[in-house]
Design a protein. Structure first.
Length: 366
């Protein structure tokens, strides 16, 4: 869709990356780190100062005290953390449960481990987990459950009750939960982010994954992390060592210093909430029907009043005829399940969102 958007000079609200600059202070800190000589291999597990900063942040937010020495690993973005965790934990003959619509790296990572993906549908249109269905799907071969709160592309969040329900399902099993929480600071309407790190029972059997690319608008830097108990971390690091070995040294030192000011992530919910409201107000002037957005930096909409085309065809026509790029939600299902829903990214400059909204007013009820 991004290639099609470039071809037609469309406003790109498809792929999930910001079109605004990162904080100049972070650039200065990374530059200073390079000038200070932090240009060679750091420790494979990550620069200790960054691991300590991550552990401090997580303890402040969620109450879990992870040991920077053997429970925090810095990765080449969250995607590598996901891939490495799956390779460490799942093997041929194992099953990995995930929820669809799902971020597109999950199933390939599971297949590359030789394990079998077991996709379960999130409820529509709320995109929430059916815990009764999850309990029924567990077999003696189930090794991992893959979560993504806040959910991309479903935009739903995990509640405290959901965490308790998950704990009930996995209790007395050997299942490990891999929780992709890259949108942890994009939870709206006063709701808390209910991280698995904040649930003692689940934290003891979980990998919690975060991303500085998402948090600090620097997706091209590819710096993320994985939090897990020591025994699980040891397995993750065995794979990590021979996958990427280590992560950009200067970026790690810069991020460690940047995290010293908690306001740099505490203000993010309000920042993204304003962008969500701007996009929703623009889309409200069109025939699109907006779905709830509790978290992430995406907004879902149905186009049932406009067309009965498949989502992929409608999204492509939006680019060619209206000049706005989105992502069809059918792309996030292994079998192409199509509820006629498209996804907009609102991690964009206000003028980008307004330009897209103005173009979308050309849409007409059929």
């Amino acid at each position: 869709m991004s290639a099609l958007a470039a071809e037609h000079r469309a406003v790109n609200l498809g792929q999930g990356f910001p079109d605004y600059p990162i904080d100049p202070a972070l650039i200065d800190l990374v530059t200073a780190a390079m000038r200070a000589g932090h240009n060679q291999y750091p420790l494979s597990a990550g620069v200790l100062a960054l691991r300590e900063a991550i552990a401090g942040k997580v303890e402040r937010l969620y109450g879990r005290a992870y040991d920077p020495g053997d429970e925090v690993t810095v990765t080449t973005g969250a995607t590598q953390a996901i891939y490495t965790s799956i390779q460490a934990l799942a093997h041929p003959g194992d099953e990995v449960i995930l929820f669809e619509p799902a971020y597109d790296s999950y199933i390939p990572s599971i297949r590359m481990a030789g394990a079998t993906p077991v996709p379960l549908p999130l409820t529509v249109p709320a995109y929430r987990i059916d815990f009764d269905a999850l309990a029924r799907a567990i077999t003696p071969r189930t090794r991992v459950i893959m979560l993504n709160p806040p959910n991309n592309p479903g935009t739903s969040v995990l509640t405290a009750a959901d965490r308790d329900a998950l704990a009930d399902v996995v209790r007395d099993t050997p299942i490990v939960v891999v929780s992709d929480e890259v949108y942890e600071h994009m939870v709206f309407d006063g709701q808390p982010h209910c991280s698995l790190a904040g649930h003692a029972e689940l934290a003891d059997r979980s990998v919690v994954i975060g991303s500085f690319g998402k948090t600090f608008h620097a997706t091209g830097w590819k710096v993320g992390y994985a939090l897990a108990p020591p025994a699980i971390t040891a397995e993750i690091r065995r794979v990590h060592q021979f996958t990427v070995f280590t992560v950009n040294s200067a970026a790690q030192h810069g991020l460690a210093a940047f995290l010293a000011d908690p306001s740099r992530y505490q203000t993010l919910p309000a920042f993204f909430s304003a962008k969500r409201e701007l996009l929703r107000s623009m889309l409200g002037a069109t025939p699109l029907t907006l779905l709830p957005c509790a978290g992430s930096y995406f907004q879902l909409a149905t186009y049932e009043r406009i067309s009965d085309e498949p989502a992929a065809a409608f999204a492509q026509r939006l680019v060619r005829e209206i000049g706005v790029a989105t992502i069809p939600l059918s792309a996030f299902y292994r079998d192409g399940t199509d509820h006629r829903v498209i996804r907009f990214c609102f991690a964009k400059r206000d003028e980008t969102l307004r330009a897209a909204g103005e173009r979308l007013t050309q849409l007409r009820v059929r």
